[in-house]
Design a protein around this ligand. Sequence first.
Ligand code: ASP
Length: 419
Amino acid sequence: MKKQKTGLTTKIFIALIAGAIIGVTINLIAGFDSKGIIDSWLVNGIFDLVGKMFISAIMMLVVPLVLTSLICGSAGIEDIRKLGRVGIKTLAFYISTTSIAIALALLLSFITRPGIGFSIAEKGVAFDTQDAPGFVETISSIIPANPFMAFAEGRMLQVIFFALLFGFAMSMLGDKVGTVRKGMEELNEVVMKMVVMIMHTAPYGVFALIANVFAREGFGAFLPLIKYFLTVLAVLCIHFAFIYGSALKFIGKLSPIVFLKKFYPTMLVAFSTASSNATLPVTMDTAENKMGVSNKIASFTLPLGATINMDGTAIMQGVAVVFIAQAYSIELTFVNIITVILTATLASIGTAGVPSVGLITLAMVLRQVNLPVEGIALIMGIDRILDMTRTAVNISGDTIGSIIIAKSEGELDQSVFNQ
Ligand code: ASP
């Protein structure tokens, strides 16, 4: 299984490089404006077709994925009522750090402007945007008058609202709806399997989409991609060092250095698996045996964190939104930005802790602010290393949350932490 995954990643990466080389070659020898055979058969023909099919396949999965994974996720939060205060504190910590992460990502990418220089729209692949709705409208429209219309039109905030409510209702009914719960869990598995299947076609999709972009853009397309990559890495580091560092130091009154020294092996596991779920046993072991978090707190906060708390993923999505908006020369309004913060926070809740899922839920964030989902292809080929890095940040957030909450509840053995 693992071997297959590595194989796929390599294939996607090769597709990216091959697409870029073929695209640049076409750009150099044919010149994009030649309107010749290459243009009509290859760039606007096969590349365009394969690329569009791949994007449709991703879009196809967004609503089912968010629906099933959020329903299962929120139905599993039944312990929250049992744990009361701890539950609320955990949720508050996770949600607030995720919103800070995404705000930081937006801020830094407005400074580095990673997508400037692409200007895809100017070259004739403009994306039709609609006027973004106003703030009050956005907030009030979160409640879907007709959930089926929301699914059909892919209105993500409405889908999320419905899914959360459905999940909570399910958790309140408990064993009475055991069959529905089991059915939902199985449905979620089926959708996850479909994600894996679609991801196997990614090399072709990425090749076609990238070749298409580079045929139009030529060499000019490299710099924005590098900028995007570095911006995501920079925000991940800043969030880790400053936000987590200060949370530990000022809220937990604990040494961030001691934490880092003991935690970095766990981060390496996350880095190499790119999966919060796969790392969970190691995260729990580290939290309990090296950090001194009681089992009572760790066993609740960490699995919950691995499921719903993805600060690193939110960071990638924030930078990606700005990158794609700039690449397509689409202005982001203030309302758009607030919507992105809200949606990416929720998207992080709906992102499963397995490799690459953050890219699929990115489609929903883009959709919510009317940005072209095709943009995902631009960043897909270089996502693996970012996925590995953001997963390490994701599980650090879970563990720091767990430590701080344990400390506030008198459930942290500080002698173990300082050992
Ligand atoms: N790989 C990430 C995780 O497991 C999720 C993602 O961003 O794709 O935490």
